[in-house]
Design a protein around this ligand. Structure first.
Ligand code: 5RP
Length: 218
């Protein structure tokens, strides 16, 4: 199966986590696009979706799915999103699509985070995929120096302005052995809007698309 077919598979598999007549949290990316398409085609009636990006909002609206503001809900039963990397404990690296801040906000509203990913995303330790960090532009140079001090190389993602009018640094050369401590540390650096490690808001369950079918990791 191609990577695209695996994404379709997990996008469809995520439908079983959608409870009719509830509001669903929806992430961002090519895998989530498959979920949005499957949801629209499924006929499952939902009360609406809280979206993590302009991209997903536009796709859902085009398919007739009502999109609500995050401020309109107190809690979500489920948040469904992809990942750039996921380890065996559900810790993730996210932000390849530059939507990490809103993704973390919506994930924080949800009781259950369902990660949908093809098997290429499963890693033993986070750090292979360049770590996205959303930053206030004024702080980019200082944050770059801070990563250098811990052995990382931060590069500005050229031409990328986030939905929050900020910039993305992509950091290579890191091996993130304690994701929760790393996330807590980097998050409090001045000028960091969001670090792309999702440890506090980790996946409750991962639907992994493999050649043998969908594996459920908990
Ligand atoms: C966007 C994300 C995505 O979930 C992540 O980049 C995976 O995307 P894809 O499903 O296209 O591989 O974090 O900010």
């Amino acid at each position: 199966m191609t990577q695209d077919e695996l994404k379709t598979l997990v996008g469809q598999a995520a439908l079983k986590y959608v409870t009719p007549d509830t509001v669903v949290g929806v992430g961002t990316g090519s895998t989530v696009d498959k979920f949005i398409d499957a949801l629209a085609a499924s006929g499952i009636r939902i009360a609406g979706a809280v979206s993590s990006s302009v991209r997903s909002t536009e796709r859902m609206k085009a398919l007739g799915i009502a999109v609500l503001e995050a401020s309109e809900v107190e809690a979500l039963q489920v948040y469904i999103d992809g990942a750039d990397e996921i380890d065996h404990h559900g810790h993730m690296v996210k932000g390849g699509g530059a939507a990490l801040t809103r993704e973390k906000i919506v994930a924080d509203l949800a009781k259950t985070f369902v990660c949908i990913a093809d098997e290429s995303k499963l890693v033993d330790a986070l750090g292979r995929f360049p770590l996205p960090v959303e930053v206030i532009p004024m702080a980019a140079a200082q944050i770059t120096r801070r990563f250098a001090a811990m052995g990382g190389t931060a590069r500005l993602r050229e031409g990328c302005v986030t939905d929050n009018s900020c910039q993305i640094l992509d950091v290579t050369g890191l091996r993130i052995t304690d994701p929760a401590a790393f996330e807590a540390d980097v998050n409090q650096w001045p000028g960091v809007v969001t670090v792309g490690v999702f440890a506090r808001n980790k996946a409750s369950v991962c639907l992994l698309g493999t050649a043998q079918g969908v594996k459920t990791l908990t």
